[in-house]
Design a protein around this ligand. Structure first.
Ligand code: TMP
Length: 396
């Protein structure tokens, strides 16, 4: 495989096998045409970048049927309010222009709009971008890429802040992304984004962070090296709790700001943990294999005891676990979820029925696999009367 940034050959260090589109919840009549790809991962030491080899075209995932509306999560809505407050305090003034890449239904941008600050979102998925536009958040229904920048002509070279959350790891062509950011930002502008963190994924062995939409899992070392190839520099980082452990990255043009003490500390820590070299990936592969064995053991034990199992939350992440560990609808009876676009369909690849919360409440099983383990707090608050065997692969 080739590193998507340097274009040099690298060897994949692990395959998770045949994988469908993680968010591709499917109707029975479409089972025969389901799309699969070989989910292999590799690591470029030159830019310390953890990345997928093959992945489906972004158009296959971000289209008129994107099944996730950010505003549906109270926790994420609160997180974006905090993120907006932080950005307002540190990077903009009342005359600034702001762009959000992958702005979904406008949950983050709404906070800026309320302050009367000029902002625009780029959002390729039509259903979510329509929702944003209808609530008055200006949203361009296109990918943020050099060929689409003219859609926001008045922002070219005049944008003080570009922000993104859980989006940059979806973009195959990072070179084009950085060139586009360069074109849009003012001289003193900032690019601030958050992504699931490689250090957290390795620590928790949360390999379910890896799926078609997540082409990269970043670290401070990788972001620092990639942006250095251009007119940019990573100047600060802030660890976040979202998505089971994320990192907020602050990028400025070169020589505009000094590296923060916190960044230096985190880069040193990554060196110590060998997150900047392939050795940590070799260990991660072993950890994934052990985690799979433990999970299968746990499930077999439940089956031996005649215990019924369902899944809670039909997350994109669950697709990786279910297909890598080959857990199908004979083992997990159903997965409950709140998203209307998923209910009545089947999980990608393993074809476990997705049901609504009412069905779940009327058919409680002996054990529940918490696929949204990163929302455990929010979910346990709602479901705390359910004294069943809750489990997940990150807590075995
Ligand atoms: P994601 O991790 O791929 O973004 O998907 C999160 C899914 O979890 C989404 O389909 C909604 C579902 N969910 C619930 O059904 N109930 C909940 O309480 C939470 C937090 C999420």
């Amino acid at each position: 495989m080739k590193c998507k940034v340097t274009n040099k050959i690298i060897d994949p260090f692990m395959s998770f096998g045949k994988m469908p589109v993680a968010n591709g919840f499917i109707k029975k009549e479409d089972f025969r045409n389901e799309f699969f790809f070989n989910m292999e991962v590799g690591f470029s030491e030159e830019v310390s970048l953890f990345q997928l080899n093959d992945h489906p075209k972004p158009e296959l995932m971000f289209n008129e049927k994107y099944p996730f509306f950010t505003s549906s999560s109270k926790f994420m809505t609160a997180h974006f309010k905090n993120f907006a407050d932080y950005l307002t305090k540190n990077f903009i003034n009342s005359n600034s222009k702001i762009i959000e890449i992958g702005s979904n239904d406008g949950t983050l941008l709404k906070n800026f709009k309320n302050l009367g600050i000029e902002c625009v979102g780029f959002e390729p998925s039509k259903n979510v971008s329509d929702r944003a536009n209808s609530s008055g958040i200006k949203t361009i229904n296109k990918f943020f890429s050099s060929k689409n920048l003219s859609e926001a002509r008045e922002f070219v070279g005049k944008t003080d802040l570009i922000c993104a959350s859980n989006v940059i790891c979806h973009i195959p062509d990072l070179n084009d992304l950085i060139i586009s950011i360069d074109k849009m930002l003012t001289k003193n502008g900032s690019f601030v984004f958050e992504e699931p963190y490689l250090g957290s994924m390795f620590e928790k062995v949360s390999y379910d962070q890896i799926y078609d939409e997540h082409i990269y899992i970043f670290s401070a070392s990788s972001i620092s090296k990639i942006f250095k190839l251009y007119d940019f520099e990573l100047v600060d980082v802030l660890p976040q709790q979202t998505h089971g452990g994320s990192m907020r990255y602050i990028i400025k043009r070169k020589k505009r700001d000094k590296k923060s003490k916190n960044l230096i500390k985190i880069l040193d820590n990554e060196k110590l943990r060998k997150l900047d070299v392939i050795e940590s990936c070799v260990q991660f592969k072993k950890d994934c294999e052990t985690s799979k064995i433990q999970l299968i053991k746990k499930i077999n034990k439940l089956k031996d005891q005649n215990k019924s199992i369902c899944g809670y939350a039909a997350t994109s992440k669950s697709t990786t676990i279910l297909n890598y560990c080959k857990i199908d609808n004979k083992t997990i009876k159903f997965i409950c979820d709140t998203t209307p676009e998923k209910i009545g369909k089947f999980s990608p690849g393993m074809h476990i029925p997705v049901v609504d919360m009412k069905y779940f409440k009327n058919n409680i099983t002996d054990a529940i696999y918490l696929f949204a383990w990163n929302h455990k707090e929010e979910i346990f608050k709602k479901e705390n009367n359910l004294k069943v065997d809750w489990f997940s692969h990150v807590e075995l």
